[in-house]
Design a protein around this ligand. Structure first.
Ligand SMILES: Cc1ncc(COP(=O)(O)O)c(C=O)c1O
Length: 387
């Protein structure tokens, strides 16, 4: 079905800027980022990225999943370590932990603080190596209370901001609040080069370790070497100059893209009265890429989705389930111990009740009016208990 509001953002904005940037690499540069000692397009992209999000170090990687694995390595996570992970997330967040043979421990989320703080402290008391909070699509939590707790227990915070590039809270960018932030530039993200990702940090030691890890564990000037003290068994998660060229152009456009989303969202919201809207903690820092509604039940979600489908308006779930309910995780005994007392009931409710209506940057006034008519037509139940 072709919806008027597809779940797609920066990639809908590709034009001759991205085209020319790719051609420029093909004609005037090598594709491999370390092919010459000149500043490469990948170097330029990393410089632009760290300026954009305001942090000291940025490193392009092949995708968000490899970025998460890299971030965990940067935080010294090893096989057998417990890593606390938002239970309300895409499977990839927990897969990254499993890839290192560490143990993902799911936590209830909270729409203000990122985590249910009581759950978080209970699990911190049992010991863990790192925590991954997942910033919800286009939004940024207030992580101040989470950070205080983590400081108390001396645990590192990774922000999975794969879906929240460009989101802010009080002028701090999603991805730069914890020790390491991870972005995805896959097709359906705020900015995109089809696949691709990045890790950001302001900690030099973490950066250096992540850089070596993603370059097969080597130390590198122009050529890699495995002789120094900081080499390790790594992966090849390097991006190439073509990906970086597209991302440089997308970075130049991202403010404009976000502004368009915000304008459409504000216009729509000014014309409808919704008692079940989930507002961002900092509405000014919301990228405007969607409208989130907390419906009363699974049945209400299904009804709303059906009506939307008839009008070519997509209503979707953010994620279809909690990662540990997936067969792959169920079959694997590693998480069982941690799940006995942890049913993540708050997150479960979100799976059933949260409805996402995407607001891509290409919506025109007519499209917005169709969404307004749709929202006005739906009779939402009245008793929406907050989660
Ligand atoms: C929250 C979250 N984490 C991680 C990922 C993985 O990113 P990628 O698909 O670039 O590997 C995604 C992407 O879809 C995501 O939504």
């Amino acid at each position: 079905m072709s919806y008027i509001n597809p779940n797609e953002y920066g990639s809908l904005y590709f034009d001759n800027k991205e085209e020319n940037a790719v051609l420029n690499v093909l004609k005037n540069e090598k594709i491999f980022r370390y092919a010459s000692d000149k500043v490469s397009t990948t170097d330029k992209f990393e410089k632009m990225l760290k300026k954009k999000v305001n942090c000291k170090y940025a490193l392009g990687v092949t995708n968000g999943t490899s970025g998460l694995i890299t971030a965990l390595i940067g935080c010294n996570v090893k096989a057998g370590d417990r890593v606390l992970v938002s239970s309300y997330t895409f499977l990839a967040t927990a897969l990254a932990v499993k890839c290192l043979e560490a143990i993902p421990v799911p936590l209830n989320i909270d729409l203000q603080n990122g985590f249910d703080l009581q759950d978080l402290e209970e699990e911190l008391k049992k010991g863990c190596k790192a925590v991954i909070v997942v910033q919800l699509q286009g939004r940024c939590f207030d992580l101040s209370k989470v950070k205080c707790l983590l400081e108390k227990y001396n645990v590192k915070l990774i922000e999975d901001s794969c879906q929240a590039f460009g989101a802010k809270i009080k002028d701090e960018c999603a991805g730069t609040i914890g020790d390491v932030g991870v972005y995805s530039f896959q097709q359906f993200k705020q900015i995109s080069c089809g696949e691709g990702g990045a890790v950001v940090t302001s900690n030099k030691t973490i950066y250096q370790k992540m850089r070596n890890y993603t370059d097969m564990g080597a130390e590198r000037n122009l050529f890699p070497n495995w002789n120094g003290n900081d080499v390790l068994f790594g992966q090849n998660y390097r991006i190439n100059n073509i990906m970086a060229a597209i991302l440089c152009e997308q970075l130049k456009k991202v403010d404009d893209i976000i502004l368009k989303q915000q304008k459409s969202r504000n216009y729509i919201l000014s014309k409808v009265k919704l008692n079940n809207l989930i507002n961002s903690v900092d509405p000014n820092g919301d990228t405007g890429m969607n409208i989130l509604l907390l419906l009363n039940s699974k049945e209400e979600f299904n009804n709303v989705k059906e009506i939307g489908d008839k009008q070519n308006i997509e209503v979707r779930r953010m994620w279809n389930g909690l990662y540990f309910e997936n067969e792959l995780f169920k079959r694997n005994k590693l998480t069982d111990v941690d799940l006995k007392n942890n049913s993540c009931s708050k997150s479960k409710e979100l799976v059933d009740r949260l409805a996402v209506i995407s607001i891509p940057p290409i919506l025109n006034k007519e499209d917005c009016n169709k969404i307004i008519d749709f929202l006005n037509e739906i009779k939402f139940g009245s008793d929406n208990n907050a989660i």
